[in-house]
Write a protein that binds this ligand. Structure first.
Ligand code: N2P
Length: 360
C-alpha cells in the first residue's frame, strides 16, 4: 500500500490540471545537451521528457515532412529551418510564454532572423564552426612538426592520402562539405549554381578513396579512442572527443583547427512543429533552456557556444576563452554562412552528395 501511495504521489507530480500526464517529446541532435538538464527540468516542472536523437538535418526534414511525427521540440539548423518554415512545418512561437526570451544574444538572434524573419518561429540554441579535428601524435608522425593550418592539407587527394592509413571520417553533411569546398575553390560558398556544385562534388569525389566513413556523430568516439586520426567535424563535437580521451587517460590528444581559408559558421535553433501534441510543454522546455545557468551547463557538456548571451559570464573560462568555440573578432572575419537551396537545387545537392559518397 505504501508503495502504491508513493507511486501515485510520484505520478501526481507529472499530472496536469486535467489529470493527464504532462509530456514533452524532444528530437535533438546527439551529444547536444547535458542529460542532467532534462532530469532537472522534469523534477522542477513535473513534465516528463521523451527524448530521441538524430545526427543530420536530412533525417529531421524527412520526419517533419512526413507529418505527425509527434515531436514537440526539434533542433533544425538555420538553413533547414528557413526552408521548413516556408513549407509550413512550424508553429509560430508564443513569446508571451517565453519569459526568458530577453536572455538571447542579440547578435546571434539577429543572424538567425535572416532565416526566420522577426524570429517568429525559433530561438537560437547553439552556434559553431566546421573544421578539422585530428590526433596530434598521429598527424605529427605523418607530416612532421607543422600542424594543420590549411584546407589544402585535407582537400588535396595527395595530402589526405597521408592520413588514410590511420583513418579519416568526414561529416555526412552536404551543406558543410559543399560550402567549404566552394570557398576553398575561391567560388561563392553559398553558390546555388549547379555547375559550381558539380565542381565541388568532383573535388570531393577525388578524396573518397582516402575516407573511411561519412558520418556525423561516430567521429567523436572514433577520435577519442584513437580509431581514426582525422575528421572534418563540428567544433563542439571535436572538443567532446578531446575531453573523452582526457577522461579515459588513454594518451590520445585531439586538436581542432579552423583552417586559414575560413569555414562555415552554422546556427541551430529550437522550434515547435505545427502538429506538436504538447505545445504548452514545448514552450516551457524552450523557456527552461533560455535560462542562463541552464544554457551554461549545456555549453559545458557539449562544448558548443550557446545562443543565450546572458549565460556568457557563467560559461567555464576555458570554453569562453577558446576562440574555436567562441570565435574572437579576427576568427569571425574568416567565417561565412549559407542559405538554404530551394527544392530543385536541393535535389541536385542530394544527388551530387550521393555521387561523392558512393561514386554513383
Ligand atoms: C551535435 C552536433 C550538432 C551540430 N553533436 C550540428 N547541427
Amino acid at each position: 500500500m505504501r508503495i502504491l501511495a508513493a507511486c501515485l504521489f510520484a505520478l501526481g507530480g507529472a499530472m496536469g490540471a486535467q489529470g493527464a500526464e504532462r509530456v514533452v517529446n524532444i528530437f535533438n541532435w546527439s551529444d547536444y545537451i547535458d542529460p542532467r538538464v532534462l532530469e532537472d527540468f522534469t523534477r522542477e516542472t513535473g513534465v516528463k521528457v521523451v527524448y530521441d536523437t538524430y545526427d543530420s538535418n536530412e533525417i529531421l526534414e524527412t520526419r517533419l515532412l512526413a507529418g505527425a511525427a509527434g515531436y514537440d521540440v526539434v533542433v533544425p539548423s538555420a538553413t533547414f529551418l528557413q526552408r521548413q518554415i516556408k513549407a509550413g512545418v512550424y508553429r509560430p512561437l508564443d513569446k508571451s510564454r517565453l519569459k526568458n526570451i530577453d536572455n538571447v544574444w542579440p547578435e546571434i538572434a539577429q543572424r538567425l532572423s535572416r532565416y526566420d524573419p522577426g524570429n517568429a518561429h525559433a530561438v537560437s540554441y547553439m552556434w559553431f564552426t566546421t573544421g578539422v579535428a585530428y590526433n596530434v601524435a598521429k598527424i605529427k608522425e605523418r607530416i612532421g612538426d607543422k600542424p594543420i593550418t590549411s584546407w589544402d592539407q585535407v582537400l588535396k587527394p595527395e595530402n589526405l592520402r597521408k592520413f588514410a592509413d590511420c583513418g579519416v571520417y568526414v561529416l555526412d553533411s552536404p551543406e558543410d562539405l559543399f560550402s567549404i569546398t566552394l570557398n576553398y575553390l575561391k567560388l561563392d560558398p553559398n553558390s546555388k549554381d549547379p555547375g559550381d556544385i558539380r565542381r565541388a562534388a568532383d573535388l570531393l569525389s577525388g578524396l573518397r578513396r582516402h575516407i573511411k566513413k561519412f558520418h556525423s556523430s561516430e567521429y567523436i568516439n572514433a577520435l577519442a579512442n584513437g580509431d581514426i586520426c582525422l575528421a572534418i567535424g563540428w567544433a563542439g563535437d571535436s572538443f567532446q572527443a578531446r575531453n573523452r580521451a582526457r577522461e579515459a587517460a588513454n594518451g590520445v590528444e585531439i586538436a581542432y583547427v579552423i583552417p586559414q581559408e575560413g569555414t562555415l559558421m552554422s546556427l541551430d535553433s529550437l522550434a515547435i512543429p505545427k502538429d506538436a501534441p504538447h505545445p504548452d510543454e514545448a514552450h516551457l522546455f524552450i523557456d527552461y533552456l533560455l535560462r542562463p545557468e541552464v544554457a551554461a551547463r549545456n555549453t559545458k557538456i557539449t562544448n558548443f557556444a550557446n545562443g543565450v548571451g546572458a549565460s556568457r559570464p557563467l560559461v567555464d573560462k576555458e570554453i569562453a576563452d577558446n576562440p574555436a568555440i567562441y570565435p574572437d573578432a579576427a576568427t569571425m572575419k574568416r567565417l561565412f554562412t549559407v542559405t538554404a537551396p530551394d527544392q530543385p537545387i536541393q535535389k541536385i545537392v542530394t544527388r551530387e552528395w550521393t555521387r561523392v559518397k558512393t561514386g554513383r
